[in-house]
Unconditional design. Sequence first.
Length: 91
Amino acid sequence: MNRTFTDVYREQMIEVLVAFSPGPPKVDEFVIHVKVTLECQTPIPIVKICNRGYQSLDEARHAGVAVGRDMVNTLMPQSDEVSPRRMNSYV
């Protein structure tokens, strides 16, 4: 089974797909796929995370979102962040 979650961070979309086996989830069955889409760019390649330490679907989702936010911070340093809303405020 799969559950997809989305998160918006620094105006960027993060998509987290958490894959797990049907029935009561076992700790070692969570696999997380994280995809980050920066504005006006092609999606960043998916990062696959396999970890036996997740106790629940919610915990796996939070881990995926954290990785996605780290990806956004790496790909888009604070100094490079200029949103259309900010650009309009300078005009």
